[in-house]
Design a protein around this ligand. Sequence first.
Ligand SMILES: Cc1cc2nc3c(=O)[nH]c(=O)nc-3n(C[C@H](O)[C@H](O)[C@H](O)COP(=O)(O)OP(=O)(O)OC[C@H]3O[C@@H](n4cnc5c(N)ncnc54)[C@H](O)[C@@H]3O)c2cc1C
Length: 541
Amino acid sequence: MAAETTAFDVVIVGGGTAGLVVASRLSEDPSLQVLVLEAGLDLPQMPEQLMQAVLTPAANTQLYKTPVDWDLRTIAQSSTLILDDEKANLGGRELSFPQGKMLGGSSGLNGLSFTASAKTVVDGWAELGNHGWEWPAFSQSLAKTYTVAMGPSLVTKPSNNQGPLQVAYADDCMGNWPKIWADTIESLGFPGAQDTLTGQAAGGLMVPDTVDPALGIRSYAANAYLNPEVRGRANLTLRTGVEVKKVLLKKPEGVEITDPTTGATTTVIAHREVIIAAGAFGSPKLLELCGIGDAGRLCVDHVVVDAPGVGVNLQNHPLITLSFEVASDSPPTKDAFVRAALRQDGEVLGGPMKEYMEHRTGPFASSGMTSAAQLPLPGLDTPEGRQELEGLFSTTGPSPSGVFALTHERFVRAILSSRSEASGYYTFGSAYAAFNPDGTSALPPMDASEDSYITVVLMLAHPLSRGSVHVVGAAAEQTLAIDLGYFSHPLDLEVMARHLQFIEQGLTVAEPLAKWLKPNGKRTVGAPEAGAFKDLEVAKK
Ligand SMILES: Cc1cc2nc3c(=O)[nH]c(=O)nc-3n(C[C@H](O)[C@H](O)[C@H](O)COP(=O)(O)OP(=O)(O)OC[C@H]3O[C@@H](n4cnc5c(N)ncnc54)[C@H](O)[C@@H]3O)c2cc1C
């Protein structure tokens, strides 16, 4: 049977965050026929429960390991950094790695935090060779993406922003715990609660969610950039449930798709462009499957374009959580809500659910992460600390090869030695949160005591370590080998350990946070005992 052939001007592979922005903008031109091919499903095609989990802001972590998650996994993370402790360097663990598989991509399952990078970071991107990405141009483009639909007076200054993404500050973003956090950051000498969208430098942040407050639902690429007007365009075609495995590189260019139910093959010709927007893992995978990649890695007769950059320089922010039990007279935390949600306890959840349905407020209506801080490397504020860090900065790792890597390393080192720029990104939440060794979310302690906690999530803002993502194996059994390479640069571990030490030795002993923490209270299950991080070597493990 002859394969069917269809034709469009532009074929976009991947209907995720980037793919749908491009689809929406290109289809403004009625003379262009645009096709989006997405492996996952659109919201109305999902079972009701899954659809509700995508839309309900507090349910984001329930989406992991469901059909809307590619549910990726890294290879064993041993890394090249040699430490004489098997627990260091992730000890050979394989990490679970969620990625969105739906129309909307990862914007449909992410943590909903709407944060913009600091001005210095954006200018750093431009210096890496991305001319036109300097802060003035970036901030203008950023303003076109969102509308602040709800927020406190601190951040909802009148603006002309009419971008499609709806952004809202949670109703409790100025509540007891966010205020304690902001006041604590201020007592440490930084601004307490800056607006995250203004190019801010080091200090505390108020973080909005990508939520449409009128409906109380997640605002993401599939409902913001594909609003009913855009979906109704005659020149825009959306095909879901189609994973593209072959890009046709010889004329006529296009892609080949196979219907998963009938097995029928269709050739889609792209008169103008094929745009690959399949995400950080899906895009290099597809390129390598088509023979575009490092000739030394790909099977020789399969190489179509020798492009050594494909699949290398993979970078991600390693993160760690530390929870602290709070005093019995502290403001209420969200632990009771979190535990009730895990137990599906209708009695406890009834009130918040009623509030959510009637007013679109309460714990169901937000991600729960409203407060953050970006902080410089601890120690820079004292002469002794600076002296110690000078020695640290001479730490070298794998030699950066090429202009890009050299410029990037110079940029990261400049950030690390600056007292006004941040190397650690801290998120604060008033509930227990932790990870299992394989990177999946850990359950809070569900013992009879039902203690209450706050959690600080620490993320390395500017890792130097680099990993890779490559297709491996023979044709019939090809898999994706994801190596995040966390801590393969020794400076990353030093920086992360110092920030972790600061959480225990600086942040949580500063007022007013310190007074609300239970003396000798419980901490994250399995964490070293209180005071142990005084020893940096403990923090490194
Ligand atoms: C768990 C998690 C939490 C996050 N939290 C936040 C947060 O709170 N704030 C924030 O700003 N960012 C967050 N992010 C990051 C942010 O969501 C991503 O950076 C962004 O969505 C990436 O956009 P993208 O277009 O590159 O990829 P994606 O949005 O992932 O889109 C790629 C799309 O391509 C599709 N695809 C892949 N391969 C194929 C193929 N062969 N054929 C057809 N379709 C294909 C996928 O199904 C997917 O829909 C988070 C990410 C994750 C995974």
